[in-house]
Write a protein that binds this ligand. Structure first.
Ligand code: BES
Length: 940
């Protein structure tokens, strides 16, 4: 999966604080740093304004049930170029009959036109407005009807939350708290109601009008306008509301559910993009089928719309029956999209389909529980992609991502548990990996502990118990436990403890007793606000390998004073799951006829750091023999990490760098092993990333790590040049592009080999790269050749980059790749080039995809972003300040690149800190999103 990392909505600090009235002071006298909150215009005669409270931390423990529920919500939108009028009619039901308390509605950037209760306009004193709320001071004690009319300005909405315009298309983004930018509402996920939506707009500019559910009426109106009415038969939280209006066309297909219901499938894009939706439609059908086959979940409406929009902070959003996707996760053709793009589209569609059939029915009680739906769904989309391609390769990719992003967050100032205890803005971007990726690992651990059938039983019970409800992570845990009568002692800690556990293992063999012992110790490192941690339940999948390289059958294990049988009946068992639950404990395998090599944490059965006493010889052995392919790769990675770290020491001592011949031999064996999957080979010969190595150092040294990785790459290319050349030759194909595992694997191996060769100073190789670039028949091959050519500065690079731009300047998504390729380059002093690109016609600070490509791309080059002269930090500091005025979510995402500044040497620390201080002392103010990350980063 991902693809595009997720940018999540902002949560105001008042979400969970019941209905307390904010202190009222005159706003005009209050210097406000937090300028992103304001009402456009106050309602006449009825306004009191509260001060802008400093950003507040809110706590999970303070959750309160709402005092009012909403039963039905009828919305009516009149869209136009200047302003949009939103009328809302809500039937309100007090939670406790007769207990009248103020009704607090969230609202940001709204102009209130009128407010009525049971048909009567409210008078002064019956309501007030502050900067974030409309408060009905004494509503009726029983059920009542609330009607509001508000005006909003979608064309001025650059935050891309709420209703905004993307290249002429009206569209919405309501998760997490965008709905409050559309109308006054209790904007929290535990308010679930049935919606209707009437949309009225100019017919020629907006011929297509879409919302959730089924179309129940449409027709023409006077003045060239038309309307459409939509009704969603299911209750939903407001974050799943969506509206789209624009000049769109659809690719149509259908899907028949297992119970025989026909669902119309429509993928909407601007007309010119329609040909690029074939793969998305294929993915949609595959995902719906998979969800039914594996989880028995059937889609519950008669229509499934996907709309592709070019501007959005997110990758994709699962609004009920009206998914909205960033165009880079829908549009693909062989000429313009790479294999990675195709895989991303498949995975993200799998993700949103899964949410559509599950999380749209059982949702989160509050935003602390985000992992309940997103962690579960990431797990499911990972499984879907595994079943559609290679399971091992998918797992390797996911674990690499986990190590690169999640581990480093879990060790930094933004570390928090999968379910945070508190936040200012939940889901400012930096938290996402923990909630999503680590959340998915937690779900995977249930499956590892319970097996496939047990996990399915747990899922079934979860839906049986909670359909139509807004629930918590404990509810999910309880369903898994109860459906299996399982002992999950210490498991809930995965939701509440931050930090990556460190598990140490030592092994010993007793030849006389024929036993093999594994002694485990676990610690969870301290994280901000959590100095002391408890041991957790960690499932460690393990097998034993004999001297001939075969898995040994496992019989029984002595543990905790008991002998536990592993094998029952005739079926031999080669992998068992050890339940590590204590600070220290021992597992003793019986009937082990010879000293084995243990294969531990097979398939990466828990998101931990494992430190074992395996020697290099053992690792080379595992690399060659482990039946668990993931662990073959892991052995290679551990050897790579050790090698890189040893050479970093050499570099720092100014000693010559050396490459262990055994490592070269190991890589060569993999390259030549015809039995291995080609994509697996490509992954196995790829060295650990620079970030991963820096994370293992006391003081991160980007220059040393970069130099070492470059050295090893070049040395391997030099020593294995012929093998790499053969791979390029053997894996070329002039045949039509096919998106399947065999072809993707072939391309991956060829292009990885090309990448190695490009590190050599060699005319003949430059010719080869240019040849590959020119003869490529698809974007995967063309772009891989361009990446290889652009490794080294010079004419070949400049010409190729110019040629690529000329060829593709009309295609935004391809141009974004071109931007990212240049900005992420490790070429010394690249910041200058990135400054130039800021004013290139292809760049636009308002478009999040461009920002991701250029700015985030730049931060992905440690040598340039962490340049010792501070030029990279200065660049980012300047951008964050500008971007925060346009799009706080994006700005907070970018500022998180600073968060681990303490990991570097003193010079770098001072330079990065100065930028963070500059950002939070901004004269024009800054958003809460940026404030949360910058201030937490400074506080460490
Ligand atoms: N529902 C989320 C988007 C979201 C979550 C928005 C929380 C605001 C707050 C959606 O399912 C999602 O996660 N989209 C991802 C892609 C996904 C495959 C990880 C994204 O937009 O990047």
């Amino acid at each position: 999966m991902v693809l595009r990392s997720c940018l999540l909505g902002s949560i105001a600090a008042d979400q969970l604080q019941g209905t307390c009235r904010a202190p009222l002071v005159n706003c005009a006298n209050t210097p406000s740093k937090y300028r992103h909150y304001h009402i456009l215009q106050s309602a006449p005669n009825s306004v009191e304004k509260s001060n802008m409270d400093a950003p507040k931390e809110i706590f999970l423990k303070d959750y309160k049930l709402p005092n009012y529920y909403f039963d039905t919500v009828d919305l009516s939108f009149s869209l136009s170029e200047e302003k949009t009028t939103v009328s809302a009619k809500i039937s309100v039901v007090p939670r406790v009959d007769g207990a009248a308390s103020p009704l607090v509605l969230d609202g940001v950037d709204l102009k209130l036109i009128s407010v009525k209760v049971n048909g009567n306009e409210l008078k002064e004193g019956e309501f007030y407005l502050d900067l974030r709320h409309l408060v009905l001071t004494s509503p009726p004690s029983g059920n009542f009807i609330l009607e509001t009319v508000t005006e909003i300005l979608p064309h001025k909405n650059t935050s891309l939350e709420g209703l905004y315009k993307s290249c002429g298309i009206f569209c919405t983004q309501c998760e997490a708290e965008g709905f409050r930018k559309i109308t006054f509402y209790q904007d929290r996920p535990d308010i679930m109601a049935k919606y209707t939506c009437r949309i009225e707009a100019d017919k020629s500019l907006y011929p297509v009008l879409l919302s959730n559910g089924n179309l129940i009426e449409k027709g023409d109106l006077q003045g060239g306008k038309h309307f459409a009415c939509w009704e969603d038969p299911f209750k939903k939280p407001c974050y799943l509301f969506a509206l789209v209006a624009g000049q769109l066309e659809s690719r149509d297909d259908n899907f028949t559910t297992s119970s025989g219901r026909k669902v119309a499938l429509k993928i909407w894009t601007p007309p010119q993009d329609l040909p690029k939706t074939e793969h998305a439609m294929y993915s949609l059908k595959a995902a719906m089928k998979w969800d039914e086959d594996v989880f028995g979940r059937e889609y519950d409406l008669d229509i499934f719309n996907i709309v592709s929009v070019p501007d959005g902070n997110l990758g994709a959003m699962e609004n009920k029956s009206l998914n909205i996707f960033n165009s880079n996760l829908v549009l693909a053709s062989p000429e313009t999209a790479t294999d990675a793009d195709y895989a991303s589209i498949l995975g993200v569609i799998g993700h949103e389909v899964s949410l559509s059939s599950n999380a749209c029915r059982v949702t989160c009680r509050d935003w602390f529980q985000l992992s309940l739906k997103e962690g579960l769904t990431v797990f499911r989309d990972q499984e879907f992609s595994s079943d559609m391609g290679s399971r091992t390769v998918k797992r390797i990719g996911d674990v690499s991502k986990l190590r690169t992003y999640q581990f480093s967050q879990d060790a930094g100032p933004m570390a928090h548990p999968v379910r945070p205890h508190s936040y200012i803005k939940v889901q400012t971007h930096s938290c996402v990996c923990l909630v999503y990726q680590k959340g998915a690992e937690v779900v995977r651990m249930y499956k590892t502990l319970l097996g496939s059938q047990g996990f399915r039983k747990g899922m079934d019970l979860y839906f049986q118990r909670h359909d139509g409800q807004a629930v918590t992570c404990e509810d999910f845990f309880a369903a898994m436990r109860d459906a299996n009568h399982a002992d999950f002692t210490n498991f809930l800690l995965w939701y509440s403890q931050a930090g990556t556990p460190i598990v140490k293992v030592t092994s010993s063999y007793n030849a006389e007793a024929r036993t093999f012992s594994l002694k485990f110790s676990q610690t969870v490192p301290p994280t901000p606000g959590q100095p002391v941690k408890e041991p957790m339940l960690i499932p460690v999948a393990a097998g034993l390998i004999d001297s001939s390289g075969k898995d040994m059958p496992l019989s029984s294990i002595f543990h905790d004073g008991k002998l536990e049988h592993v094998a029952y009946g005739d079926q031999p068992v080669y992998t068992t799951v050890l339940r590590v639950t204590k600070g220290e404990e021992e597992f003793i395998f019986s009937d082990v006829p010879q000293k084995p090599i243990p294969s531990l944490l097979r398939g990466y059965s828990a998101p931990i750091y494992l430190q074992s006493d395996l020697t290099d010889d053992d690792l080379f052995f595992l690399l060659a023999h482990d039946s668990d392919e993931f662990n073959c790769w892991e052995a290679c990675q551990i050897l790579g990490r050790k090698l890189m770290l040893s050479q970093v020491v050499n570099f720092q001592k100014r000693n010559a760098l050396v490459l262990d011949p055994l490592f070269v031999h190991g890589i060569k064996c993999i390259l030549l092993d015809l039995s291995l999957d080609k994509e697996f080979i490509a992954k196995a010969i790829t060295l650990p990333g620079e970030g991963e190595i820096m994370d293992m150092m006391e003081v991160a040294d980007p220059d040393a790590v970069h130099a070492v990785r470059k050295f090893i790459t070049k040395q391997l290319a030099f020593e294995l040049k012929q093998e790499f050349l053969n791979l390029v030759k053997e894996n070329r194909s002039s045949e039509k592009y096919v998106f399947d595992h065999t072809n993707m694997a072939r391309r991956a191996l060829k292009n990885t080999a090309l990448g190695y060769l490009a590190s050599l100073e060699d005319e003949e190789i430059t010719e080869l790269l240019l040849h590959e670039y020119k003869t490529a028949t698809n974007m995967t091959d063309q772009f891989a050749a361009l990446v290889a050519i652009s490794q080294k500065p010079g004419k070949a690079r400049d010409d190729a980059l110019a040629d690529f731009y000329n060829q593709w300047q009309h295609d935004n998504l391809v141009v974004n790749k071109w931007l990212a390729l240049q900005s992420s380059s490790d070429i010394p002093g690249n910041v200058e080039n990135v400054y130039k690109l800021l004013s290139h016609e292809a760049f636009d600070l308002k478009n999040p995809n461009k920002v991701q490509s250029l700015i985030k791309g730049f931060c992905a080059s440690p040598v340039n972003f962490h340049a010792k002269d501070g030029s990279g930090y200065k660049f980012l500091g300047e951008i964050v300040v500008q971007l925060d005025k346009l799009n706080p979510q994006m700005a907070s995402h970018m500022v998180s690149a600073f968060s681990r500044w303490k990991r570097y040497d003193e010079t770098r620390q001072n330079l990065a800190k100065a930028q963070l201080e500059m950002i939070v002392s901004g004269k024009d103010g800054f958003s809460e999103n940026v404030y949360e990350i910058a201030s937490k980063s400074l506080a460490v």
